[in-house]
Design a protein around this ligand. Structure first.
Ligand code: ADP
Ligand code: MG
Length: 261
């Protein structure tokens, strides 16, 4: 579905992501983990073909995203940015409708299908209640859910989400990840998230990719990669690891420094 080959990417002052390869199969859920500044957002932007300073290849169904138009990419990949672009003060419903633009002609009126897609996406993200409210009047978590709704209304086979849990309370973290999981399983969507929450990522992903200083430091299933040694190497943190009693997936906890002596 999405294939990243030997990708190095960055900004005017040089590459910040180096020699990354990653394959996202249809119906696969992959999380990119790593400390602040390790290059997670850069990797996602490069995958969308948004960075001019990039070397290597990003293939979408065998075609290079860099050579595709923005609307063409937008029919295949929906993107939820980490810090949504500053926009004019649109209402929540208007933002979600923007997800439909890639499917419309420039001057097409909003169809019943568009309105239905918007409604479904807002229902799924619990944002219908403030459909007509301006973005500036919403909390960070509410805004985050509106941008996730926009991505859902886009109705693409691939979803890239940059820290979707960032502004969310634990109940919405569970809800949004549950929703993504359902889209993966029911609709075979391919999902790539950048996530700083190791436990959330491990609980929901088929594979994890750990980035450190822009390079892959570990890659594999949560069971293979969520180890105390990897967490120490990538994050410089000492953690305890236990298997979740229900699922067996490894979970980290920060033991109090005192109790670890
Ligand atoms: P993460 O998402 O893992 O926190 P980023 O991809 O945002 O990491 O950042 C990786 C590195 O690239 C950091 O050193 C950051 O300062 C730098 N960086 C991010 N965005 C830009 C930009 N627009 N211009 C120049 N450097 C940037
Ligand atoms: Mg980031």
């Amino acid at each position: 579905m999405l294939k990243i080959e030997d990708l190095s990417a960055g900004y005017e002052n040089g590459f910040v992501v180096r020699n990354v390869r990653l394959k996202l199969e249809p119906g696969e859920f992959v999380a990119v983990l790593g400390p602040n500044g390790s290059g997670k957002s850069t990797l996602i932007r490069a995958a969308l073909g948004l960075l001019r300073n990039a070397r290597g290849a990003v293939l979408l169904g065998g075609r290079e995203t860099a050579a595709m138009g923005r609307r063409e990419v937008a029919r295949e990949i929906a993107y939820v940015p980490q810090l949504p672009d500053p926009v004019f003060d649109f209402s929540a419903g208007e933002i979600v409708l923007m997800g439909r633009y890639a499917r419309q002609g420039r001057l097409d009126a909003v169809t019943a299908g568009d309105a239905e897609a918007v409604r479904e996406a807002m229902k799924a993200t619990d944002t219908l209640a403030f459909k007509d409210r301006k973005l500036s009047r919403l909390s960070g978590g509410e805004r985050q859910r509106v941008f996730i709704a926009r991505a859902l209304s886009q109705d693409t086979p691939v979803l890239l989400l940059d820290e979707p849990s960032l502004h969310l309370d634990i109940n919405y973290q569970a809800e949004i990840y549950g929703l993504l999981k359902a889209l993966q399983i029911r609709e075979k969507k391919s999902i790539l998230v950048a996530e700083h929450n190791i436990n959330l990522a491990a609980a929901h992903s088929d594979r994890l990719l750990f980035l450190k200083d822009g390079a892959i430091a570990a890659e594999g299933t949560p069971r293979e990669t969520v180890t105390a040694a990897n967490i120490r190497a990538v994050f410089g943190a000492d953690v305890d690891i236990r298997a979740n009693t229900r699922t067996g997936v490894p979970e980290i906890s920060l033991a109090a420094a005192e109790s670890r002596r």
